[in-house]
Design a protein around this ligand. Structure first.
Ligand SMILES: Cc1cc2nc3c(=O)[nH]c(=O)nc-3n(C[C@H](O)[C@H](O)[C@H](O)COP(=O)(O)OP(=O)(O)OC[C@H]3O[C@@H](n4cnc5c(N)ncnc54)[C@H](O)[C@@H]3O)c2cc1C
Length: 326
């Protein structure tokens, strides 16, 4: 019986959500393929992590060593490549995260196994394994098939599968010794730097008004901030706004920013790329203002205004202020 490997992602002792999501998908695939689910856990003092996921896997292979305390793609690649050679899993799942972006391509080269990155689903058609991906900010879905191989590696996008935290499996734990790499490692961990917490926490906000690249210029952000204040909400943003240094990182919503769960989320000039929407899975009502009727955000938004934000945002602000005055 072949195996499905899930590379367990954790940071500072906390299991990342992507781990639960991959374990869910591995469980789903294992039922269809009659494969077993093997969690591969690299780290130091990782017993609590293994305990936490033991009902979601059939086997947990644990490498527990001081040298694995912090993620190092170089070491992880060496260990995983050896394990893949030994156990020949048909499928290896890795998070499409900063970990996975570093690890998966190097692992693919080292093992010679094909890799599909940023997958939103994995399926089987006529006995062939198919990875589903998105292109052009979610406007196009593509199905990727592979030449026949002994195994396949996939990186999985955050937020696409349920993150059920309980299951009915009973994993056997297998401790392995840290294998000394047969070459000098090129990378070493230097320090972990927490991102600035900032003076507001968008994750706690009930109402967020979020600004995206459609705002055009930095000075225009003021109109969106004024709308957020008129609605007694908090300003947040998409990643390009942070990349341009127009707003601080702690206001960014999305996979590389924060996951938020406001009752109301107003997206202004935001296209709705998956990485942004993944941060909104806990949001209540989503209202989108975008001049492009084909913007992907309208697939998720509960209410949409197809118009120029420079017309709509000031008008909404006036309405909100008038409503406040009674
Ligand atoms: C690894 C990785 C992680 C990422 N993490 C994140 C993340 O955490 N958060 C995130 O947001 N992104 C993230 N991204 C980037 C993401 O893929 C998108 O590029 C980004 O979300 C797009 O931001 P946007 O919607 O503001 O800009 P765009 O996609 O450029 O959309 C701008 C929108 O504004 C509309 N518009 C333009 N002018 C007007 C106007 N006058 N009136 C009304 N509408 C107008 C346009 O029609 C368009 O839909 C990540 C990408 C990668 C590769």
């Amino acid at each position: 019986m072949s195996e499905i490997f899930v590379v367990i992602e954790h940071r500072l002792g906390e299991i990342r959500d992507i781990t639960y999501e991959m374990l869910w998908k591995a469980g789903d695939l294992s039922e269809k393929l009659s494969h077993t689910v093997t969690a591969v856990l690299l780290g130091h003092e990782v017993d609590p992590i293994a305990e936490n996921i033991k009902d979601r896997a059939d086997k947990i292979i644990i490498y527990d060593d001081e040298r694995l305390k912090n993620f190092n793609a170089d070491i992880s690649k060496e260990i995983l490549a050896g394990l893949i050679e030994d156990l020949q899993p048909e499928i290896t799942l890795i998070g499409n995260t900063s970990w996975g972006a570093e690890l998966a391509p190097a692992l693919s080269v080292k093992t010679g196994l094909p890799l599909a990155t940023d997958c939103i689903d994995i399926a089987f058609e006529n006995g062939k394994i198919i990875a589903q991906r998105q292109m052009y900010s979610g406007k196009i879905f593509s199905n990727v098939s592979f030449a026949k191989s002994d195994g396949y590696i996939f990186t999985i996008r955050s937020g696409v599968f349920p993150k059920d935290k309980t299951g009915d499996r009973q994993a056997e734990k297998i401790q392995k010794d840290f294998p000394a790499p047969d070459r000098e490692l090129k990378k070493s961990f230097v320090e972990f730097v927490e991102t600035a917490a900032g003076d507001v926490d968008i994750a706690q906000a009930d109402l967020l008004v979020s600004v995206g690249r459609g705002i055009g210029e930095e000075e225009n952000i003021a109109i969106v901030k004024e709308l957020s204040e008129a609605l007694n909400g908090i300003l947040s943003c998409s990643r390009p706004i942070v990349d341009k240094n127009w707003l601080p990182k702690y206001l960014q919503v999305g996979t590389s920013g924060k996951s938020v769960s406001p009752k109301v989320y107003v997206a202004v000039g935001i296209s709705g790329a998956f990485q942004h929407m993944a941060g909104l899975s806990g949001a209540g009502t989503i209202i989108a203002i975008n001049k492009d009727p084909k913007a992907p955000i309208f697939r998720t938004a509960h209410y949409g205004i197809v118009d120029d934000l420079f017309k709509i945002v000031p008008a909404l602000k006036e309405k909100a202020l008038a409503a406040k005055k009674g």
